[in-house]
Design a protein around this ligand. Structure first.
Ligand SMILES: [Zn+2]
Length: 209
């Protein structure tokens, strides 16, 4: 248990286990709608054939994937976390940020809420700057993506840059420009049809491609 320097963190032993076990389609990972819908529109689902009332534009993971690999009875001792920061075994440091993807022809943005692993130095810096006005002038931090997203190729340990945002806003996570489909989507944007495919995958647990 980390006992120094991070008073804002608390043990996750009190975390509601339902928050990551409710969706049996994706038992080990968490996709929550972070924000209210921007448009009151649903869609006919090509997976189940039913009408779904919402087409979410944002999903987020409550904790980095490593959390789910640690036996439940060890989590209290090994993990400290809150909504934005997580430390595992006093040596793995994670911050929560957003991968934003433009939705073509809509002016809207799709968002993945993800966790990124930072160096201890940059992690400490980001916690120090939590309430510091002007912190968005901070140079970007290197980070390893630490959340699995539903893409045909794993998204774990993709290289990113973590861009600090103004106080009150989570950092923006920029993928290294590679041929990984997530990186391509971030650079090129996605269609609303693709947003629907993602929703169907998360609702029903089918492969997105
Ligand atoms: Zn459906």
């Amino acid at each position: 248990m980390n006992t120094m320097g991070h008073p804002s963190l608390h043990s996750v032993s009190g975390a509601n286990p339902l928050s990551y076990s409710q969706n049996k389609a994706i038992p080990r990972k968490v996709y929550n709608k972070n924000y209210p819908m921007r448009e009151p529109t649903g869609f006919y689902c090509s997976s189940c054939g039913e009408w779904h009332d919402e087409l979410p534009l944002n999903y987020g993971a409550d904790l980095p994937d490593i959390f789910y690999d640690i036996p439940e009875e060890e989590r209290d001792q090994r993990i400290e976390a809150n909504d934005d920061f997580c430390i595992v075994d006093d040596q793995h440091y994670f911050v929560r940020g957003n991968i934003e993807i433009p939705i073509k022809d809509t002016g809207q943005t799709f968002g993945w809420g993800v966790w990124v692993s930072l160096s201890e130095k940059n992690f400490n810096r980001s916690t120090e700057l939590l309430d510091t006005e002007g912190r968005e002038s901070e140079p970007p931090y290197f980070g390893w993506l630490s959340t699995s997203l539903p893409y045909p190729e794993s998204t774990l340990n993709l290289k990113t840059l973590v861009h600090t945002q103004p106080v009150g806003t989570r950092p923006l996570v920029e993928l290294e420009p590679t041929s990984h489909p997530l990186s391509l989507e971030q650079r090129r944007g996605i269609t609303m049809q693709r947003v629907q495919e993602i929703a169907e995958h998360i609702l029903h647990g089918q492969n997105p491609e």
